[in-house]
Design a protein around this ligand. Structure first.
Ligand code: SAM
Length: 227
């Protein structure tokens, strides 16, 4: 029986970047929506859904059981990349719906386990530059980037695979593939940010030159990124 899941458009967009047939580890899989969806659609054959917290882990377990996917999805209570061993044969890791700094910390803590990986699919809720800096510093190459909007908020998806790519601070901030493609989602996100900064600049007194200069620099960087 196909169970109805409440999977969000955000996670559906993430699912588009999970390679067919991948052995997926979904870190921070509070309801296991992503692996359940991928299994139900026949896009992957097995997955590990991991959670550091008891309550979300129980939700994931209940949803996996209700979907009848106990054989295909293993739910594990673990911190970050402690959730798997080389013997699990994980090929793709998804880490979604967390701050960029936390995602980078999770990757740092388990970085020795990433050598045989095919792909990372990361969806930071903020501080995307921290994620890109981590990838650039740890021999990962960004192969795709997407900005999607849900409930008035923009979300970024960053897809990487092993490979050298040194990113400048500007590329870390805006995203190297975004800067090449300048997609509608990317432009919408940064035009909104530009509007906010221009409003903020108008409210800062001329006497406060330090703050005005800092905002002007951010405005110029955004204009350069979206031109
Ligand atoms: N990945 C889902 C999504 O994108 O909708 C859930 C996002 S939820 C906001 C973040 C989840 O990550 C929480 O359930 C939290 O317990 C879990 N989490 C945070 N730090 C973690 C870690 N170090 N290891 C595993 N899970 C973690």
């Amino acid at each position: 029986m196909i169970m109805e899941t409440n999977i969000s458009q955000r996670l559906l967009d993430v699912a588009d970047f999970i390679p067919g047939g991948a052995k997926l580890l979904d870190v921070g899989s509070d309801h296991a929506y992503l692996p359940i969806y991928l299994l139900q659609e026949g896009l992957i054959n097995s997955a590990i859904a991991s959670e550091v917290a008891q309550g979300p882990c129980r939700s994931a377990l209940a949803n996996v059981a209700a979907a009848g996917l106990n054989q295909q999805i293993e739910v594990r209570l673990a911190d970050g990349l402690d959730a798997f061993d080389p013997a699990d044969g994980v090929t793709t890791i998804a880490i979604c719906g967390m701050g960029g700094r936390l995602i980078a910390d999770i990757l740092t803590a388990g970085q020795e386990k990433l050598t045989d990986l095919d792909r990372l699919v990361l969806q930071p809720n903020n501080r995307e530059d921290d994620v890109r800096a981590w990838l650039s510093d740890h021999n990962f190459h960004i192969i795709a980037e997407k900005v999607m909007a849900e409930k008035e908020k923009f979300y970024e998806i960053i897809v990487a695979q092993p490979g050298q790519e040194g990113l400048s601070p500007f590329e870390q901030r805006f995203g190297p593939r975004h800067l090449e493609e300048r997609s509608a989602g990317f432009l919408a996100k940064w035009r909104r940010e530009l509007g906010k900064l221009e409003l903020a600049l108008n409210r800062i007194p001329e006497a406060n030159q330090g703050d005005r200069q800092a905002i002007k620099q951010r405005i110029e960087a955004i204009k350069e990124a979206i031109k």
